[in-house]
Design a protein around this ligand. Structure first.
Ligand code: ASP
Length: 331
């Protein structure tokens, strides 16, 4: 029952004027409201990530199921993908820029709105871990390039060679033609954005990537940019993005989605609106992919993309699910 009606009905009752029919209608409204409230089941803990990164959500779930924080869950989940040499879009297996250097971007954000990011960092295997150190051990939010790398060494991270033989050979082939254009979803793996709610109901997120393959040296996309590639608001929910980062930055996509949820949209509706805003700015152009995922405080999730093919993974006590995402351009 709306507060307005409640006040009206209460004063009428106090005056002894409440008719039987009003009592009945008030009861009906109350019952309807109770049923509605019961219908929204709170799901927690929960982990959700872009694409089919099942090892990442499994790791995050392990942390959550043991009573760990959402911050540790997203951090450890993201690290799993960073360490996977077969993943050519994240961490140690990442594709290089056009000069042959692998440069990594990552960010992390916690329930209190604390955040840290590293941009265009070389020679370090786990950028999300350095991002967390930026968040926890510095007064800053972002460190870039050589500064980020120097900070990582100061924090005890080891220098590693990031360019794998496979990524190197593919880059050498690309150099012969210089005609590489990303093929939407063919690789079926991409940047990992991961969100989690722990048993206390607290939300955190992380996002990590090697960025667009063969990008200009120094290019940074959306993934380490708080508000674009990732945003968490512990009162409302969280969102994260994958795809052509330039378009996500132009729309401040993840922040937009969280704000749309604040206005009452479900995670699914908010992701759909986020993609539609991007499409509205690109009239007549759809040769690129964006995928958003979102979660609200109740643990409801959603995902939406431009082209069919994007999926996202959720892990709850009911198990692991790979969700095909609805798309703007139906398949
Ligand atoms: N969003 C990433 C970037 O633009 C790349 C991706 O998700 O494929 O750097």
């Amino acid at each position: 029952m709306q507060r307005r009606n409640f006040l009206k009905n209460s004063s009428a009752a106090a005056a002894g004027l409440l008719s039987t029919s009003l009592i009945a209608s008030c009861k009906e409204e109350t019952n309807a409201a109770t049923t509605e409230a019961q219908a929204v089941k709170t799901i927690r803990p929960i982990a959700i990530c872009t694409w089919d990164f099942k090892n990442a959500t499994a790791k995050a779930w392990e942390v959550l199921a043991a009573g760990g924080s959402s911050l540790d869950a997203v951090h450890q989940g993201a690290m799993i993908e960073e360490a996977d040499v077969t993943n050519q879009t994240v961490g140690v297996g990442g594709r290089p820029d056009r000069d042959g250097n692998v440069t990594l971007d990552a960010c992390i954000m916690d329930k209190d709105g604390n955040c840290g990011a590293v941009l265009c960092m070389q020679n370090i295997a786990s950028p999300v871990s350095v991002a967390r150190k930026v968040m926890e051990d510095t007064p800053h939010v972002m460190l870039a390039g050589k500064g980020a790398e120097k900070f990582a060494y100061e924090k005890g991270f080891k220098k590693v060679k990031l360019l794998t033989e496979q990524s190197k050979q593919e880059w050498l082939e690309w150099k012969k033609t210089s005609k590489y254009k990303p093929i939407i979803n063919i690789e079926n793996h991409d940047t990992i954005g991961i969100l989690a709610i722990d048993k206390n109901g607290d939300i955190s997120g992380a996002c990590t990537t090697s960025g667009m393959g063969y990008k200009y040296a120094g290019r940074v996309g959306d993934s380490p940019i708080i508000g674009a590639g990732l945003f968490v608001d512990n009162e409302i929910g969280a969102a994260t993005a994958t795809g052509v980062g330039e378009e996500v930055v132009r729309t401040v996509g993840s922040f937009l989605i969280v704000e749309l949820m604040r206005q009452g949209k479900s995670p699914q509706e908010a992701c759909e609106e986020g993609v539609k805003r991007i499409m509205a700015k690109n009239k007549g152009r759809n040769d690129f992919q964006i995928g958003f995922i979102a979660i609200n405080k109740n643990g409801e999730t959603g995902g939406y993309c431009i082209h069919p093919g994007f999926t996202y993974r959720t892990y709850t006590e009911e198990g692991h699910i790979n969700n095909p995402s609805e798309s703007f351009l139906k398949g």
